[in-house]
Design a protein around this ligand. Sequence first.
Ligand code: NAD
Length: 337
Amino acid sequence: MDAARKHIRRERESLIRTRFTEAFGVEHPIVQGGMQWVGRAELAAAVSEAGGLGLITALTQPTPADLADEIARARDLTAKPFGVNLTILPTINPPPYDEYRQVIVDAGIKIVETAGSNPGPHLPMFHDNGIKVLHKCTSVRHAVKAQSLGVDGISIDGFECAGHPGEDDIPGLVLIPAAAKEIEIPMIASGGFADGRGLVAALALGADGINMGSRFMCTAESPIHQKVKDAIVAGNERGTELIFRTLRNTGRVASNTISREVVDILDKGGQFEDIAHLVSGKRGVKVYETGDLEAGIWWIGTAMGLIDDIPTAGELVSRIVSDAEDLIRSRLAGAIA
Ligand code: NAD
């Protein structure tokens, strides 16, 4: 067999099929999670083009009209399906969620990732327009509730994750199989995933795929400053900090002078008003724009300890799928006496 045919055979063999790939119509069970300031057209399109599911983060766009433009930009970059993330969490200036939702529908998007609070109010409009909803949540009880409301898939997010891990502090090793006991619809796992080993582990724990944020932040197409990517490669699994614990809106961010100041103020009894100027997203985005790692709060998960390079999104997706397949076929199969 010549090299090209071998390669084609290998590509075919590398297709890991799950309930998630079937239900959501993607080639590989790998999702690029919604990330504030990072989930822009270039990255989402590159992930989808590679056969994963890329997501544009709605609230990264200052207005609903900008979201419409961003979706159009992604369509110029890929003909494959991509989705939009709509996160509903406390914000300093509450955005017009209904208008963002309308843009998603009008643009003909067919997959939405909801995150944060109850997806219920958004479901009828999405479902009436043939949109599948993947709801991201951080506890089994919220996953069960979302399933009962009729979402099409669950993304269960362990304590390892960047962003908002909830208040229960249950890591994926327990959270994923605990959720798998209760969830009958397709379910992907999130928090701490960065490589083929993670994909195999997620499948073994009862999930149908993985969602990765931090790992995709550190790819060639990720629209953040090179210095931030270099810091992620240089960093390790101990480089994150939990902020907003006393406010019950816990966030996992990169540990820096600002994050430590925030923790200090809140530990001394401070309220959100005392830290709003430190944590605002408007300030945090400067980190990604300028590469100044101390300019504000920036978001990264413990998966930082597993990230050692800056591949293209396509190289990353192929590598994860083929490493997962090798792991299943050789090391795991070989472990059976
Ligand atoms: P922002 O500037 O409005 O707020 C900055 C941070 O403060 C956010 O984490 C927000 O949740 C938190 N916050 C705001 N008001 C609060 C309050 N009254 N009490 C407690 N915490 C409060 O937000 P942004 O950075 O522009 O982000 C926009 C949206 O995207 C927010 O809903 C935010 O939570 C979400 N987000 C999600 C992730 C993630 O990884 N899941 C990461 C960053 C931001």
